[in-house]
Design a protein around this ligand. Structure first.
Ligand code: FES
Length: 127
């Protein structure tokens, strides 16, 4: 699978929203550096977090077991698997929030905004 990623902090810096339909088009046109925006491949049975690390990125995490939401990402296109037991309430999973530490791509193409742990609803969860 091929993952296109974008750092949530870039949204705040540019006044963009997660719900912007052209979010990734704007990111592609914005000359962002490779930490903030780009693409990488995920090998079979790798989680998104493992794949990011294999490509040299340091994405946020803590427990690596689905229990803390520090590694949360917002899936804008495609989908990531979610284990039966995890910390996210259904309001968050309904909005496409997934956990990169336990999530494996289940579609060939994915667009994800990583570093969404500071979304207000997730900040509450982590307290
Ligand atoms: Fe804790 Fe992923 S690192 S849920």
């Amino acid at each position: 699978p091929l993952v296109e990623y974008l750092d949530y902090e870039v949204l705040a810096d540019n006044g963009w929203e997660l719900t912007d339909e052209d979010l990734f088009e704007k990111a592609a046109a914005a000359n962002l550096d490779g930490e903030d925006y780009g693409q990488f491949r995920v090998e079979e049975r790798d989680t998104l977090l493992e794949a990011a690390e294999e490509h040299g990125f340091t994405w946020p995490f803590s427990c690596r077991g689905g229990a803390c939401a520090n590694c949360a990402v917002a899936v804008v296109e495609g989908d990531l698997s979610l284990p039966v037991s995890h910390v996210l309430p259904s309001e968050m999973t309904d909005r496409g929030i997934r956990l990169s530490c336990v999530g494996e791509p289940i579609t060939d193409d994915l667009k994800v905004v990583y570093n969404v742990k500071h979304l207000p609803a997730l900040d509450e969860l982590r307290l």
